[in-house]
Design a protein around this ligand. Sequence first.
Ligand SMILES: [Zn+2]
Length: 270
Amino acid sequence: MRNRKQVEAAIAARQADAEDLGTIRRRFLGMISMADRQNQDGCWIWQGGHQSAAGYGMFWYRGRTIGAHRASWLIFNEGEIPPKHVVMHKCDDRMCVNPRHLRLGTHRDNMQDAVDKGRIAFGGRSARTSLDEMTVAAMRGEFIPGRYGELTRIANKYNVKLSTVSMIIHGNNWKYSRVTLGSDPSSDPAHKKAASGANHYKAKLTEENVIDIRTAFALGQSYEKLALQYGVAKPTIAGICSNRTWTNLPSTPRRGVGPQLFSSQEIHVA
Ligand SMILES: [Zn+2]
């Protein structure tokens, strides 16, 4: 026997399903000003009134309330948000629902996005300075995977911290692997091939490797993946990440935060 609440929920669900996409779309567009809608490339600022604590517009969609930007994705961009993915803003305005300003990404991409958009502290300078996307792209472009001393060379050239370079390079890997295989970089065949084929880390870890490992760990990489990537045992990675070994080097940044790279407000988790 279903109770009243369940019956009501079932009816609501059926009614919600009954609303066809055309109707939903019209109702959605009604929440955006005509002026915004006439500018295809501009931001479409949500006028729907409801706003989540995180600063996103909210929209009633097929029987539930969801983020208006997520609704926009579902309505205009062919519909699905794969598991573990978020709808990200290219334009950085959480109230924007222009489908052209949205893209899919993982939570990790979302974090990386904050890095890419210049919220990185330069080493050796007093104030926090933006690292622009051009510079990030240039650093990524010239990085040669597996070559000894690459991170150090780039860090010196651009006058940034080793950990920042590491973060940028790792972020690149993560972003790249998302295209083919979801959020897990080491499941990317190309990544695996690079790690096992080159064997360049097999011999002995360098100081650069250790900083790299600590940064990657702080960004969410697992012991297992790092052990695989660097061709060392898991306890070795554990020792490095918990700062029990290599105590002469900078310790592991607090996990999920990064070495003063971004604040939680700057991470747009949808
Ligand atoms: Zn926008």
